[in-house]
Design a protein around this ligand. Structure first.
Ligand code: FE2
Ligand code: FE2
Length: 140
């Protein structure tokens, strides 16, 4: 995956506009963070701020998406909650290093990895919400 050119694609769409917008924001923030991390002139505090921005958005997004799934009676909720929990744990592990200023040379790799996990989750699991809503529509 070429991270420099990572862009929104229709295959990421859940057909829920608010969720799609948040996913777009997450992609934008992760791209921005990779750029900030690539710049040798950027101070470590600035890099940490860009990282925190992404993490805050990701955590708020997971909560929002969970609320939506509950509201629509999404049948895959339990499994989806487990996946979010795994992602939260992975993010928390990385965040510990980043916020302590440890292992700075690894940050870029970790952020790329995080990006891959989140995108994989969006494509594999978040888009299932769209399929559920389409089935519901067909039943009416
Ligand atoms: Fe999501
Ligand atoms: Fe999700």
């Amino acid at each position: 995956m070429n991270h420099k050119n990572l862009e929104w694609s229709d295959k990421f769409s859940t057909d829920i506009l608010s969720i799609d917008r948040q996913h777009q924001e997450l992609i934008y923030l992760s791209q921005n963070l990779l750029e900030v991390l690539s710049n040798n002139d950027t101070h470590i505090a600035e890099k940490q701020t860009a990282f925190k921005d992404l993490v805050d958005h990701a955590l708020a997004h997971f909560e929002y998406e969970e609320r939506i799934m509950r509201n629509i009676g999404y049948p895959g909720l339990e499994q989806h909650l487990r996946e979010h929990e795994d992602l939260r744990n992975e993010v928390a592990n990385i965040a510990e290093d980043v916020m302590n200023g440890n292992a700075m040379e690894d940050w870029k790799g970790l952020v790329s990895l995080m990006q891959v996990w989140v995108l994989r989750h969006i494509v594999a699991s978040d888009t299932q919400i769209r399929e559920f809503l389409q089935r519901e529509d067909d039943d009416i």
